[in-house]
Design a binder for this molecule. Sequence first.
Ligand code: C2E
Ligand code: MG
Ligand code: MG
Ligand code: MG
Length: 283
Amino acid sequence: QAKDQGKNQYEIYTPSITNHTYRIFTLKNHLRKAIEFDEFLLHFQPRINSQTEEIVGVEALLRWYHPTFGHVPPNEFIPVAEEDGQIITIGEWVLDRACEQNKQWQVLGLPPIKMSVNFSVLQFLKRDLVEIVRATLDKHKLEPIWLEIEITESAVLENNPYILDTIMKLQGMGITIALDDFGTGYSSLSYLRKYKIDTLKIDRSFVMGIPQEAESFEITKTIISLAQALKMNIVAEGVETAEQLKALSEVDCNEIQGYFYSKPLPALQMEEMLRGKTIKRIN
Ligand code: C2E
Ligand code: MG
Ligand code: MG
Ligand code: MG
């Protein structure tokens, strides 16, 4: 079954590569040249305030377009880049471009928004992360409050004092920290006492079942209450339908991200949307 899925996914752009190990080996090698050959691009997906329908932020999402493989999805190449540590260089490139873009929109006079950037746990284990982030913000003269760093639960669960220290230093600078794909990781929530996480992003797998699946909806409501009690901002990921939006707004989910409002967009299209500031809904 996995083989069938793999085949469907690859045959569009790489009919010859069927062997999984070979595919990874090849991707790894080509990834090393992706920055130099200018094959990466950022797309941006808006995060919307559910009450005002204003764009409060965007998430930067990395795109890789290879001349022969075509578009390789991040869910495929990010794990490959993590395997051999390339994600550190790639992550720095993403941060640099995301900050540059956010500053550029501010210079154009658009309403300021928060830029969310996904970080791999490997970036947190690197000793000079705080210095790199500080230098990047300085370089683009971007105020730290306009940057949010998204990490997955596995990062905070490493229970590594160095990661905790790094997160606190970043927050001390004014950067906010979001916990991505929340609910899919581990069952213990004890780390929420130690880490003062600013934002919880409810994973799409829960949002998908709302409102018809009682379990998904109950879990979502519980996550929202938890976030409210701990004074965290809450974002629902992967909102695709008006029913999901309505149900989430009714239970006070403050921010919404998903195809219902917009897919991740290239910079220019995102800029046009920012000019309108408030999303115009189709239905
Ligand atoms: P993520 O950080 O959880 O990002 C959300 C993903 O959900 C994105 O997939 C986005 O396009 C997709 N999405 C958003 N709304 C909807 C919706 O309504 N329906 C559906 N079906 N999907 C929706 P994408 O861009 O393919 O990225 C996948 C993952 O790759 C990201 O998940 C993130 O974990 C990782 N990733 C992407 N860019 C970067 C990056 O620059 N650095 C790192 N370390 N990871 C990244
Ligand atoms: Mg994310
Ligand atoms: Mg996510
Ligand atoms: Mg994810």
